[in-house]
Ligand binder design. Structure first.
Ligand code: BTN
Length: 333
């Protein structure tokens, strides 16, 4: 099995170096010390994984990329991360990548295991809302994390990952990604990504699944009607298609970096960056908690406890992210 993977990887890399050019099978085989039959078997297997490799008689094979299919090997390739993406599971279709990640976590999968999918049929968001990931246009991703935290401290992971996602999008796509408390990533006030952290207390300690949904190449008409005014995608903002494989890699590398700070207890650095990236700091907001509306101005936030708001009636109150939804008021200042 491992030998088969090594052969496939060797054939893939040999083809990749000649991307767009024809490579005769016999020459490929000779270069790699394989038989033509082994090259053919590897090419068939690679096509089955989603690679586009054309075939034409004596001209041989021509590598045409992977059409941005989410293939584990492509995400892993050049991934600059230690923990995140230690193992990558890439699926064609699933109910929710969080479900798959939980099944893996419960059977002992290592921290940093990531589940990606081309399509989710029952993706879930915060507060029981659905999360729509149309086939091949979004990036649903779930990571297994086993930090030394209590289940109730899951908000620390939401804050850390919001920073990691917003920062990665800024660094690589140069978009003005911001954090809308507690778990939205926005560009020009439209939601481009959402974060859902689920935690469970197991005999071996706490385990968390960090779910991130990014609208990557989603077209305006692909969003459900009620979201068309408030959602966006990376491609819409960058005015060009964006590689989901690249986005997966950027997010994993960024999460790796910010998660390290969290594990070492360096909350201060995460909190400072959160304040810089947040669109809620200092703003006038409406918070809805158990059906009750509160209006006020955001003074600050606490990584563990939530948003600190000076209410219009004069009192200062903490709002915990588990129970609250936030709306920003347009007449902000
Ligand atoms: C939200 O904005 O309410 C959170 C959305 C989180 C969606 C992601 S997509 C990957 C993972 N699987 C799910 O079912 N949900 C999360």
């Amino acid at each position: 099995m491992a030998e088969e993977r090594v052969t496939k990887d060797a054939v893939l890399e040999a083809l990749r170096t000649r991307e767009g050019e024809w490579a005769p099978t016999a020459a490929l085989a000779k270069d790699l010390g394989l038989t033509p039959a082994e090259v053919n078997a590897a090419v068939n297997a690679l096509c089955g994984e989603g690679y586009r490799i054309e075939s034409r008689g004596a001209a041989g094979r021509r590598f045409m990329g992977c059409g941005d299919r989410i293939i584990a090997y492509e995400v892993k390739r050049n991934l600059a991360a230690g923990v995140m993406g230690s193992r990558i599971i890439a699926l064609e279709r699933t109910t929710s990548t969080n479900d798959v990640a939980w099944a893996e976590a419960l059977s002992g999968a290592a921290e940093g295991t990531v589940v990606l999918a081309e399509e989710q049929t029952a993706g879930r968001g915060r507060m029981g809302r659905p999360w729509v990931s149309p086939p091949r246009s979004g990036l649903p991703m779930s990571l297994i994390l086993r930090p030394d935290l209590e289940v109730q401290q899951g908000n620390l992971l939401t804050v850390m990952s919001a920073v990691a996602v917003a920062q990665a999008l800024r660094d690589h796509l140069h978009v003005q990604a911001r954090i809308r408390w507690p778990n939205d990533i926005t560009i020009k006030e439209r939601k481009v990504a959402g974060i859902l952290v689920e935690g469970r207390s197991l005999a071996t300690g706490s385990a968390f699944v960090l779910g991130i949904g990014v609208n990557v190449n989603t077209k305006a008409e692909e969003f459900p009607h009620d979201l068309r005014e408030t959602a966006t995608s990376l491609a819409l903002e960058a005015a060009a298609p964006v590689s989901r494989v690249d986005v997966a890699r950027w997010l994993l590398a960024s999460l790796d970096r910010w998660y390290r700070d969290l594990r070492f207890g360096d909350y201060g650095r995460i909190a400072r960056r959160w304040r810089r990236l947040s669109s809620s700091m200092g703003e006038r907001v409406v918070l809805v908690e158990n059906g009750r509306e509160f209006r006020g101005r955001v003074l600050d936030f606490s990584m563990e406890d939530g948003l600190i708001v000076r209410l219009d009636e004069g009192v200062t109150r903490l709002f915990h992210p588990m129970t609250v939804t936030l709306r920003q008021l347009p007449d902000s200042r």
